[in-house]
Each structure stands twice: as structure tokens, then as C-alpha cells.
Design a protein around this ligand. Structure first.
Ligand SMILES: [Zn+2]
Length: 287
């Protein structure tokens, strides 16, 4: 099969993936985007099926975007996408209705971040639900370190681990490659949905998110506890420093990455610690 002018495929199917075999060995021109939609009750492993066929086609060299939509709960086999390391956009949408079905963890996200360093959009799952699950601060740091072009992120993550990182002497590190040279991660948009956060931790979480994602601008939430986080980030973007709205939160950080980028443009707010991590002095406060 040769489809030299094909640039995108958007297919709605209902359970049976045998039709994929028709693409085996195909020359698909400049295929850049693949979209699957299914209402099947049993979803199986369509990502694995896609990988096994796509690797026999020219798509393995051209595919930039992959999207999959189901209204059902699902635990995808994300590793099937690791063969496509040029991907810039990955959106896998499934439901948390009837109980959280997200199984994404740090190992999964580190593998994806390693395998897809060009990622610009990563959206796993529908709007995060209220279950405290998902990746930790370590997973977020790894994403920021390994995917400098990442602009939009929607993922289940454990916000409590950000607070723990702010107070713990044990520094999370970007897994086993300490020599990673971190650049500014481009991320501007973080969708947190109903992600739970510890009480009275909004200011601390805002500070740490600004450390991990120095360009973060928009936080989309359904859990109203995130309002303070979102407003603190907006304030920071507007005035170039922190505003304490309700509490003076300790902001000493121990995020061990190779180069945590300074969020504060007015003063040198981050200093290197003797153990090679980074900590912060009080930066640009307005009382
Ligand atoms: Zn969920």
C-alpha cells in the first residue's frame, strides 16, 4: 500500500483491530498524526497493535502526534509508544469514572521522557480525578529535565510529594543520569483537575512548581484548593516575584537536579548547597 499524500489518520473503531494489518509495510508519505477513537467495552492493547504495524511502515520516521480516546476506564501499555521517539504530542484519554483507572507512575513517566525528548504536549488520562495517585515530584523533575520543549501537561501526580520535597532533607534526583544538563522547561500549562493537595500547602506547591517549570503560567483545576496555587503563579509571572497571600510558607528546597533554574529574575535566589543540591534564599518577597 502506498498513500504518498497521507498526513493524518483519524479512525473510530469498535473493538476489532484486524483492519490495522492492512497498513503493514505501507508507504504512508508524511503521516504525522494518528488518532484512534473507540467505544469498545474491551479495549485490549491497541497501542501494542499499532506499534507492531507502524514499525513496518514509513510512519516510524514521520509520526509527530498520537492520540487515543476512549470513554472507558483503561490502563494503557504506554511502552508501545517508545518506538516513536520523534513524537511531539501524546494524548491518551480514558475515564476515571467509577474509580481512578490511572496507573501512571514515575517509572512509566521517566521511560516516556527518556524515549520522547521532543515532547511538547503530554496528556495522559482525562482531567485528573481526586484520587491521590500518579507520579511524584521526581517524575515531574524528570519530565522537566528531559523534555525541555514540553508546553502542556495533564497527568495524575501526587501533589503531597511536592510539599515533602520542600521540607525533606532527602533530595529527589532525575533518576540515574545525574549529568543531565537541565534547560528551562518550556511548560506553560498544567492541568491538575481534582488532584488533592495537603491543607494550607498552596503557596509551597506554587513555589516548587515554579522551580520545576520556570515558565508555568496557567494551572487548570477543578479542585478549588488549587486556586491559591494558580493565583500565586499568576502573581509571580506578573511581578517577577512571590506574593504571600495567606501564610509565610517555608520555601527551602532540596530538588537535586543538575541545574534548577532560578525563578526569580530580581535577585540571586538559589544557591548551591555543599552536597550539590539547590536551595533557595528568600527571593523577591512583597510582605
Ligand atoms: Zn483518576
Amino acid at each position: 500500500m502506498a498513500l504518498p499524500n497521507l498526513v493524518s489518520i483519524d479512525i473510530e473503531y469498535d473493538g476489532d483491530l484486524n483492519w490495522l494489518q492492512g497498513f503493514r509495510g505501507a508507504t504512508l508519505g508524511g503521516l504525522g498524526l494518528v488518532v484512534f477513537r473507540t467505544g469498545a467495552n474491551v479495549i485490549g492493547d491497541p497501542l501494542g497493535a499499532f506499534e507492531s504495524v507502524a514499525l513496518t511502515t514509513s510512519a516510524k520516521d514521520t509520526l509527530l502526534g498520537f492520540r487515543f480516546f476512549t470513554s472507558r476506564p483503561w490502563n494503557p501499555n504506554y511502552s508501545a509508544l517508545l518506538s516513536f521517539n520523534q513524537l511531539k504530542e501524546v494524548e491518551i484519554v480514558f475515564s476515571c469514572g467509577g474509580g481512578c483507572s490511572s496507573r501512571v507512575d514515575d517509572d512509566t513517566i521517566i521511560d516516556l521522557a527518556r524515549g520522547m525528548p521532543k515532547l511538547e504536549v503530554l496528556q495522559l488520562g482525562r482531567t485528573p480525578c481526586q484520587t491521590p495517585t500518579g507520579i511524584t515530584v521526581n517524575g515531574l523533575i524528570n519530565l522537566a529535565c528531559r523534555c525541555p520543549h514540553l508546553l502542556k501537561l495533564r497527568i495524575h501526580f501526587q501533589a503531597a510529594t511536592l510539599v515533602e520535597a520542600a521540607t525533606s532533607a532527602t533530595a529527589p534526583s532525575p533518576s540515574d543520569e545525574p549529568a543531565i544538563s537541565r534547560k528551562d522547561c518550556a511548560l506553560t500549562d498544567l492541568e491538575v483537575g481534582g488532584t488533592p493537595i495537603p491543607a494550607r500547602s498552596g503557596s509551597t506547591i506554587a513555589h516548587i512548581l515554579l522551580q520545576i517549570f520556570p515558565h508555568i503560567l496557567n494551572i487548570k483545576y477543578t479542585n478549588h484548593e488549587w486556586k491559591l496555587v494558580a493565583e500565586t503563579v499568576k502573581d509571580f509571572r506578573r511581578i517577577g516575584g512571590f506574593v504571600h497571600r495567606s501564610s509565610k510558607t517555608p520555601i527551602t528546597l532540596h530538588l537535586t537536579t543538575d541545574t534548577i533554574v532560578m525563578p526569580c529574575q530580581k535577585t540571586q535566589s538559589i544557591i548551591r548547597t555543599p552536597v550539590g543540591g539547590w536551595s533557595t534564599r528568600r527571593p523577591c518577597y512583597r510582605p
